[in-house]
Design a protein around this ligand. Sequence first.
Ligand SMILES: [Zn+2]
Length: 82
Amino acid sequence: MALPKRRTPKAKQRSRRGHHGVSIPQLVRCTTCRSLHINHQTCKVCGTYNGRQVLNQEEELTAAAADDGDEIEDDDEDEDDD
Ligand SMILES: [Zn+2]
């Protein structure tokens, strides 16, 4: 009978079995835009939760585009002063 050459370490065994209980997240239809999103979480498409607007999608997109590069340069200047 074939026997394993080495004992399987607990970390290896547990990292392999880490995927055993993984399940697909429950998706529900958004009541506003009818797109699929994770239950009990804000709709990423229209930014509403329970029919209420909680995220301003246009503001976040423009803010993310404006922040590219500017904040990193500010951090470098602070480090040079020290
Ligand atoms: Zn939506």
